[in-house]
Design a protein around this ligand. Structure first.
Ligand SMILES: *Cc1c(COP(=O)(O)O)cnc(C)c1O
Length: 390
């Protein structure tokens, strides 16, 4: 379906499969196994000689519909859905890497991804080097003969640093490695990493794909050949997406473009307003001309996205005052929700780092991250203005 229709149509229609009941909305198949017509058919299904559903650890029609719809949006040949964003990253690395392999990863990736790479995969003999998200030459210098995977996340959390996907793909391919991009912040509506040369796309569907903060899920996308290894891992180890969650994401994808454009418009308006506030030292948003990689971001992404970070004068006390003065915004670590969320990275998402590590990462005590929701932007501004006036 991908070549024939535009993105909006794919978001609503791709992957739909009707049962014999001719339902209009996609059906939710809550069944752990599937019945065969005969012993012979069961044998053929298990051997792979005949396609079809077997057991919901690795086949479920609702999950398949979600995989096909997301694959159509990312322009990917194949998709494997997983129980969470973290299990997508686990399935990707366990499915494609072996002991002795080396990963070059951006330093500015999701905290749990850093822990997975540097603590857990390390115990299984996979090595990792962390490099600057924005200094392309550093990635090339980190390459070793055993480098198999480049791992980037763009824009990064919470500083919204932008990785040059095409440039990283180029370096990775010259050294016989794959580039995986965590596309959580942009979604395929704003950024399509495979079109820019990436080999794999990772999603935490928990965020914008759901869009209303309800369920966890994830996905790995790429070529059929690469996804074979990921699927084999999922089929065997079982970090499987539940059918219910897949159904929630299917519905979420139908409104994804409308939501991403509304999140982006609100985020830009909020970022511009924050830049004019005397208590605000700096605003980090790729859609602002003052962002260090604004030009690259506007080439690579359709908008600046929905995440805005800013630094207030007065360090932690001032930042906490702004957060605690809000009445509307939710003090929570989630993002990609219709409800605006506000976070103090230094004491929450990045609280496990030492003060030196935080300083090196550019996350200082005055920093606040806002995942801009779909409320009226004037109400979000008024909610922040209260704490900024103190
Ligand atoms: C949340 C998040 C993840 C992890 O996803 P879960 O669904 O929480 O496991 C990975 N990458 C990014 C960028 C995220 O924001």
């Amino acid at each position: 379906m991908s070549d024939e229709y535009q993105l909006d149509t794919l978001a609503v229609r791709a992957g739909s499969q009707r049962s014999q009941f001719h339902e209009h909305s996609e059906a939710l198949f809550l069944t752990s196994s599937f019945v065969f017509d005969s012993a012979e058919q069961a044998a053929k299904r298990f051997s792979g000689e005949e396609p079809g559903n077997i057991y919901a650890r690795f086949t479920n029609p609702t999950v398949t519909m979600f995989e096909e719809r997301l694959a159509a949006l990312e322009g990917a040949q194949a998709c494997v859905a997983t129980a969470s964003g973290m299990s997508a990253i686990l399935a990707c690395t366990m499915g494609l890497l072996s002991a002795g392999d080396h990963i070059v990863a951006s330093r500015a990736i999701f905290g749990a991804t850093v822990q997975l790479f540097s603590n857990i995969l390390k115990r299984f003999g996979v090595e990792v080097s962390f490099v600057s998200p924005t200094d392309v030459a550093e990635w090339e210098r980190a390459v070793r003969p055993n480098t198999k995977l480049f791992f980037a996340e763009t824009p990064s959390n919470p500083l919204t640093e932008v990785c040059d996907i095409a440039a990283l793909a180029d370096i990775a391919h010259r050294h016989g490695a794959w580039l995986a991009v965590d596309n959580c912040f942009c979604t395929p509506i704003l950024q399509r990493p495979l079109k820019l040369g990436a080999d794999l796309v990772i999603h935490s569907a928990t965020k914008y794909l759901d869009g209303q903060g309800r369920v966890l899920g994830g996905a790995v996308l790429g070529s059929k050949a690469l996804l074979d290894g990921v699927y084999t891992f999922l089929r065997t180890a079982g970090p499987t997406l539940s059918a219910f969650n897949a159904w929630v994401f299917l519905k979420g994808l139908e409104t994804l473009r409308l939501r991403m454009e509304a999140h982006s418009a609100n985020a830009l308006a909020l970022a511009q307003w924050l830049e004019a506030q005397p208590k605000v030292v700096r605003v980090l948003y790729p859609g602002l001309p003052s962002h260090p990689q604004h030009a690259l971001a506007m080439r690579q992404q359709k908008t600046g996205g929905g995440i805005v970070s800013f630094e207030v004068k007065g360090g932690k006390e001032a930042a906490w005052r702004v957060i605690d003065s809000t009445r509307l915004l939710s003090i929570t670590a989630n993002l990609g929700d219709t409800k605006t969320t506000i976070t103090h990275p230094a004491t929450t998402t990045h609280g496990r780092l030492t003060p030196e590590q935080r300083a090196a990462a550019g996350i200082n005590d005055g920093l606040i991250r806002i995942a801009v929701g779909l409320e009226a932007v004037e109400d979000i501004q008024a909610d922040l203005a209260r704490g900024l006036a103190l």
